[in-house]
Ligand binder design. Structure first.
Ligand code: HEC
Length: 166
């Protein structure tokens, strides 16, 4: 028993407290945007909907879709069904070091998601919006900008800008 007590004391000293910091650890693993949207597992393996560029921000983007979204896009099904998720990955646009007529992705800027759940996100067209920079969710204020812009510009396409590039 004395031996066990020694181990416990040593462990406490090493970890700095009685309990490991579970809440922090979980929070770091699962980044949740103020809207409730999280970074979907495996999104980096999704298929390409289309690329895009933005001149004023000097950015290259790629828009990806999960299987449900890709199926709907190819079938031209609108509105998107529940479970569809679209991702937008943005990088700084830089000149290729090897071939200066080509632009390539530089520093990553942010990743964004739109997740369809007609009931849960009824107030924002059925879409849950999430923006993450270096894995950290953007604040409430930034998330307040998503819906107004998408609503104002692409009402006729279920609030989605990107069209499928075959
Ligand atoms: C001022 C307008 C504007 C705002 C604000 C905005 N977006 Fe978008 N969003 C766009 C445009 C334009 C595109 C088309 C792709 C591109 O620009 O690269 C887009 C595309 C997207 C896409 C890919 C699906 C699609 O609609 O094409 C996602 C996901 C997305 N935005 C998420 C967000 C999130 C999350 C926020 C808020 C944090 C947000 N957007 C704020 C204009 C906006």
């Amino acid at each position: 028993m004395r031996h066990l007590a020694t181990i416990v004391v040593a462990l406490l000293a090493a970890t700095g407290g009685l309990f490991p910091p579970f809440p922090t650890a979980i929070g770091a693993d699962i980044a949740v945007a103020p809207t409730g949207v999280t970074i979907p597992k495996g999104y980096r393996n999704w298929q390409v909907v289309a690329p895009s560029q933005r001149d004023d921000k000097d950015e290259i983007r790629v828009i990806l879709g999960n299987n449900i979204a890709m199926k709907a896009l190819r079938a031209k099904q609108l509105p998107f069904p529940d479970g569809a998720i679209l991702a937008k990955l943005a990088w700084r646009r830089v000149k290729s070091a090897e071939f200066d007529k080509t632009f390539v992705p530089g520093e990553p800027q942010r990743i964004e998601f739109m997740e369809k759940n007609a009931k849960k996100y009824a107030a924002t067209g059925g879409w849950g919006f999430g923006r993450f920079v270096n894995g950290v969710p953007a604040d409430d204020k930034e998330h307040g900008t998503c819906w107004p812009c998408h609503e104002a510009n692409v009402k006729g396409n279920d609030f989605v800008f990107t069209r499928y590039a075959p």
